[in-house]
Design a protein around this ligand. Structure first.
Ligand SMILES: O=c1ccn([C@@H]2O[C@H](COP(=O)(O)OP(=O)(O)O[C@H]3O[C@@H](CO)[C@H](O)[C@H]3O)[C@@H](O)[C@H]2O)c(=O)[nH]1
Ligand SMILES: [Mn+2]
Length: 362
């Protein structure tokens, strides 16, 4: 029988989780999250003009980094952190020292469940991350570790232990995460469909990971959560989370880690401008037709036993196979290497354990 998820209040992980928020706005949205977020530490990554003052409501414990800080901390390696795109958020993952990250956009508010109760999104993410995933065999009753659910008849007993969950991908009520063409043809579409489900994305299946409402185990998968080169000075924007999701999923599959999607919902309030988005996404919409088959074909050698090793291997394959799509992918492959170097510099203990596991696997 699956163990019911007995995770008690979200504040359990208070000292083990940082909330990362990329922003170009004021952070008034935090007021609504106060009952849930106030016990936690926030890492705010201020994008755009560093001289702009970002107002954080009183009472929150936070550190804030603007572009000058990023340049000062990373020096020449700061070139791997994007500017003028929500991709800048991954700098927050790198400077965090915690085991878990929750990242949320500043136009996302507390959603209500069908009974009208406020949804504590963070608590649900924590439950997702602390219970196993089932990537090797699909459970038709969705997440078997939830209260009131279990493995269905015919589910192999040998697989019922599951694997550690690395990523919890939450969804959105109100404004869905659509690309610009879909936004343009359905400007009034709003998501009001609350689906009370969490499922593991099967091994070998890629998915479009959205960074709006996302949690992950930084110790298990942190170095793969690079949001790429996007925005200012780049031929593409708004594919930051997609890129991270494809790399992450391939690595999770290789390392035997799980990715869950479904609950929790947040309320996404603002539709970004679809015409502006179209300009940013234009190349990505073409390129994704080649990028997805590329990621579907990536194989990682057995001796890649750490996230860093897997990530460097993917960067080599990006260079070898995607540079024919556009020279941008040469630059991106180099930035992937820089990201890992910067990650290891700021997280020397993680780099050390990666080294040790390399030695152990020889
Ligand atoms: O140049 C920028 C633009 C925005 N941000 C911050 O990033 C998040 C998301 O921005 P926004 O709400 O304007 O955009 P959406 O289209 O709704 O977001 C979706 O697109 C993503 C991919 O890029 C994103 O994560 C998706 O969820 C806000 O917090 C902005 O303040 C920024 O830092 N720099
Ligand atoms: Mn938004």
């Amino acid at each position: 029988m699956a163990q019911p998820s007995t995770v008690s209040p979200a504040t359990l992980l208070k000292d083990e989780l940082d909330i990362v928020i990329p922003t170009i706005r004021n952070l008034d949205f935090l007021e609504m999250w106060r009952p849930f977020f106030q016990p936690y530490h926030l890492i705010i990554v201020q994008d755009g003009d560093p001289s702009k003052i970002i107002k954080v409501p009183p009472g929150f414990d936070y550190e804030l980094y603007n572009r000058n800080d990023i340049n000062r901390i990373l020096g020449p390696k700061s070139s791997c952190i994007s500017f003028k795109d929500s991709a800048c958020r991954c700098f927050g993952y790198m400077v965090s020292k915690k085991k878990y990250i929750y990242t949320i956009d500043d136009d996302c508010f507390v959603a209500k469940d069908p009974t009208g109760k406020d949804i504590n999104a963070l608590e649900q993410h924590i439950k997702n991350l602390l219970s196993p995933s089932t990537p090797f065999f699909f459970n038709t009753l969705y997440d078997p570790y939830r209260d009131g659910a279990d493995f269905v008849r015919g589910y192999p007993f040998s697989l019922r232990e599951g694997v550690p969950t690395a990523v919890s991908h939450g969804l959105w009520l109100n404004i869905p995460d659509y690309d610009a063409p879909t936004q343009l043809v359905k400007p009034l579409e709003r998501n009001s469909r609350y689906v009370d489900a969490i499922m593991t994305i099967p091994k070998g299946t890629l998915f479009p990971m959205c960074g709006m409402n996302l949690a992950f185990n930084r110790e298990l998968i942190g170095p793969a959560m690079y949001f790429g080169l996007m925005g200012d000075g780049q031929p593409i924007g708004r594919y930051d989370d997609m890129w991270a999701g494809w790399c992450t999923k391939v690595i999770c599959d290789h390392l035997g880690l799980g990715v869950k999607t479904g609950l929790p919902y947040i309320w996404h309030s603002k539709a970004s401008n679809p015409f502006v988005n179209l300009k940013k996404e234009y190349k990505g919409i073409y390129w994704q037709e080649e990028l997805i088959p590329f990621f579907q074909s990536v194989t990682l050698p057995k001796d890649c036993t750490t996230v860093q090793q897997c990530y460097i291997e993917i960067s080599k394959q990006v260079k070898a196979k995607l540079s024919k799509v556009d020279d941008y992918f040469n630059k991106l492959a180099d930035a992937m290497v820089t990201w890992i170097e910067a990650w290891d510099e700021l997280n020397p203990s993680g780099a050390k354990s990666a080294e040790l596991s390399k030695v152990a696997s020889k």
